[in-house]
Ligand binder design. Structure first.
Ligand SMILES: [Zn+2]
Length: 146
């Protein structure tokens, strides 16, 4: 089976999947965050570079994602739910730390539900396709004449 590349917009990462040709156009869930990822066509990107252990698309905008918000760097001391750039934004609309935790929990919960829905959809689609395309019997090949 051939190897295909998929780009996760969420993680800005490229991953590879070995799958049958007929499944190649189907979106593939990201192994990191489970977002649906589109296939990277060989013509749609020319290169990517590795930066801090992550593959980055060229042109590399140089941004990262932290709790769904674009930030320009990843904090060196990683404390969950905290990033100086995100925290700054939080100060603009004051939220108690409990509100903030609730908000994050809600977002995580929403994403989990959306992910479940997509998973169910994919399974339904797969079932439908399996019903539509039953295994073909090999056709008798005409005899070769020498
Ligand atoms: Zn991802």
């Amino acid at each position: 089976m051939p190897l295909y590349e998929y780009l996760c917009e969420e993680c800005a990462g490229i991953f590879e999947v070995v799958r049958p040709i007929r499944e190649a156009p189907e979106p593939q869930p990201c192994p990191e965050c489970d977002e649906e990822c589109e296939r990277v066509m060989p013509s749609s990107f020319s290169a990517f570079i590795m930066r801090q252990g992550y593959p980055r698309r060229i042109p590399d905008k140089g941004t990262y994602w932290h709790l769904g918000q674009e930030v320009t760097y990843l904090p060196k001391k990683a404390r969950p739910y905290e990033h100086p750039q995100v925290t700054k934004r939080r100060e603009q609309e004051p939220l108690s730390s409990q509100d903030y935790v609730d908000l994050v929990d809600r977002k995580i919960h929403e994403r989990r539900l959306a992910r479940e829905d997509r998973r169910k959809e994919r399974e339904l689609k797969r079932d439908r396709m399996a019903k539509k395309a039953p295994e073909r019997k090999p056709q008798p090949q005409p005899m070769k004449r020498d």
